[in-house]
Design a protein around this ligand. Structure first.
Ligand SMILES: Nc1ncnc2c1ncn2[C@@H]1O[C@H](COP(=O)(O)OP(=O)(O)OP(=O)(O)O)[C@@H](O)[C@H]1O
Length: 602
């Protein structure tokens, strides 16, 4: 999805036609029963349709000239039986084909989502989440219509077309040779047209995906948009994105209309010309009127199905574009994976952490080093605070500990094991984090707390909430722990969200605790209470505390002072203040009023 592969895919898609749809074959393979049912119904419907003209010929040539009324009755009975058979086959075809489409798209949606959740944060730094969601919804829907309705129409028309051509040759080889001579003249331009439709459809879909991504972002941040009176500019931006998408869609539609019109004109034009020759043959007595009637019906079938084929070809091409984008997404490999034979972390966990000469640049910003030769060690059970100016690289340290990214050079080790050689899932199972941006899901409070430990008993959830000083506000909500919180927790205050996150971490009870500005949104009173809860939690486990408010780090065993991606000072509060460096400067700025220091030092 990044720029390079996108350009490559574009080039490929111009060369290939429906090949991306082949990626769906494994999915079809899972439902052989449905596929077989669909094929049987398809063939039955086509054969029944092809039998109709023969009955018609017999009726024209013999039926009306016979005085025997029973003869006509027999033919009509046969026609009625064929009609019933056709109706049944069509109903079954619809059932099998549409079920197959729905089934496959459900599998595909699940697989794409599963895959996306495994991709590394680096992927999400470079791709908009809205665009990924659009692939998950719009592209899979397009694939569904291809696998379902469109493919069955295409297949039915293909069988019908081939069958009708065969029957045309059987009925009148001479007239058929005239028709067949016309086919290449019709088909070549169609293929060329099809390519251009495909390219335009992909453009339309791409512009629509970026418009939806923008809409997702603006709607998600609607409060910010309104607070800045930015509705008009958001509307303009989305409006122009939608118009661009419409322009791209219109050009695809125009190409498709031309394709359809051209196909029909060519096909029916040649049918009329051929029939003129047929009429001459009937007049000169070379063939019977019934035979010409039969030939006429077969050529109408062949032409009609060819016309429909050209129409669904466009749709299939569109679906091929969608399948291609989904395949691209499924082919995206996570940057962070478990090694083939991961080194097991020691049991029981100790919680020792080492950074040795770590350099790191985010993959989305390779030219800028966020960490610059960072080295430090944290002993099991130690509480270490990391402070420093904004952008110094504090949160980046936590991202590396969670192995969201690998260092550009140097090593990060947990309990003596290089994170690169361990299984990321095992690493993360030993870490509880209270992040800077707390994520609350649109679910109940209890679900949100139990997020870190699915299946936790209600008692444990309650105990964790209590320890995080969250029980009181939760009990005041309408339905207590069963209260639904809005998307991203909009119905909670910042401090309440933070306490939910703390409860989540308490419940997870992991040996390594990472607190990134965990109490920044709390008032002084709650902060003191939560701090007490956290103190209890930190007591027996390794903890890294990131905080701008120095009052919250006074009790740390050690303070690391960071600037420009490296550690510039290290020590306790007192020793650092005495050194008179960056920390002393930050402390002076914050504690100058004196009162905070006295409260915090208590
Ligand atoms: N996902 C990212 N992609 C690219 N650059 C990033 C990313 N996240 C952070 N950075 C950059 O890395 C540097 C360090 O960021 P980091 O978030 O670690 O700083 P911080 O010390 O935690 O700051 P703050 O106190 O403001 O949270 C910054 O210059 C930032 O712009």
């Amino acid at each position: 999805m990044s720029k390079e592969p996108e350009a490559g895919a574009e080039r490929k898609s111009e060369r290939k036609s429906l090949r991306p749809l082949a990626a769906l074959a494994p999915y079809l393979g899972r439902y052989r029963g449905l596929v077989a049912g669909a094929l049987v119904a398809l063939v039955a419907a086509a054969v029944t349709t092809l039998a109709l003209p023969m009955a018609v010929r017999r009726m024209i040539d013999h039926g009306f000239s016979e005085s025997d009324a029973g003869f006509i009755d027999t033919y009509f009975m046969m026609l009625a039986a064929l009609a019933i058979l056709l109706a049944l086959a069509s109903a079954f075809r619809y059932f099998f084909v549409i079920t197959l489409g729905e089934r496959i798209v459900s599998d595909l949606r699940r697989e794409v989502f599963d895959h996306v959740t495994h991709l590394s944060p680096a992927f999400f730094d470079q791709n908009q989440s809205g665009e990924i969601v659009s692939r998950l919804t719009a592209d899979t829907t397009q694939v569904k219509s291809a696998v379902g309705a469109t493919a069955s129409v295409a297949l039915r028309n293909l069988i019908l077309c081939l069958g009708a051509i065969a029957m045309m040759i059987y009925t009148s080889p001479k007239l058929s040779s005239l028709v067949l001579a016309a086919i290449p003249i019709i088909v070549f331009p169609l293929v060329a047209f099809g390519r251009s439709v495909r390219r335009r459809s992909r453009q339309a879909q791409d512009t629509l995906a970026s418009a939806s991504a923008y809409a997702g972002e603006a709607i998600g941040a609607v409060r910010t948009v309104q607070a800045f009176n930015a509705e008009q500019s958001a509307r303009d931006r989305f409006g122009s994105a939608v118009e661009t998408a419409f322009g791209a869609a219109r050009s695809a539609i125009l190409a498709r209309s031309l394709l359809t019109g051209f196909a029909i004109a060519m096909v029916f034009g040649s049918v009329v010309a051929v029939l003129w020759f047929g009429a001459q043959d009937v007049l000169s007595g070379h063939i019977s009127a019934g035979t010409l009637g039969q030939f006429l019906l077969y050529s109408v079938f062949a032409a009609g199905s060819l016309g429909s084929l050209s129409e669904v070809w466009g749709e299939l091409s569109q679906a091929a574009g969608a399948a291609e984008r989904l395949t691209e997404l499924l082919d995206e490999r996570p940057a962070i994976t478990a090694p083939a034979r991961p080194t097991a972390l020691p049991v029981p966990p100790r919680g020792a952490l080492d950074f040795s000469d770590v350099h790191f640049a985010y993959p989305s910003r390779p030219g800028y080093r966020s960490l610059n030769g960072l080295s430090f060690s944290i002993r099991p059970g130690e509480t270490v605070a990391v402070v420093g100016p904004s952008g110094a690289g504090k949160s980046t340290i936590l991202s590396l500990i969670l192995r969201f990214y690998d260092p550009t050079s140097g090593r990060v080790m947990l309990d003596g094991v290089d994170l690169r050689s361990a299984d990321p899932e095992e690493i993360r199972s030993r870490i509880a984090i209270v992040p800077q941006d707390v994520t609350i899901f649109a679910s109940t409070i209890a679900d949100n707390i139990a997020f870190g430990l699915p299946g936790a008993s209600p008692e444990r959830v309650r105990a964790a909430a209590k320890a995080a000083q969250a029980e009181e506000f939760i009990s005041r909500l309408d339905h207590g722990f069963d209260t639904m919180v809005g998307e991203r927790g909009v119905t909670l205050s910042g401090g309440q969200r933070q306490r939910i996150a703390i409860a989540r971490a308490i419940l997870k009870d992991a040996p390594l605790l990472l607190l990134d500005e965990a109490t920044s949104a709390l008032d002084a009173e709650s902060e003191k209470l939560v701090q007490k809860a956290l103190d209890g939690l930190m007591g027996h486990r390794t903890t890294i505390v990131i905080a701008h408010r120095l009052a919250t780090v006074l009790k740390a065993d050690r303070i690391l002072v960071m600037d420009h991606g490296r550690i510039v000072e290290e020590g306790t509060h007192q020793s650092l203040v005495r050194q008179g460096g960056l920390y002393a400067k930050l402390a002076r700025l914050q504690f100058d009023h004196g009162e905070e220091q006295s409260t915090a030092a208590q």
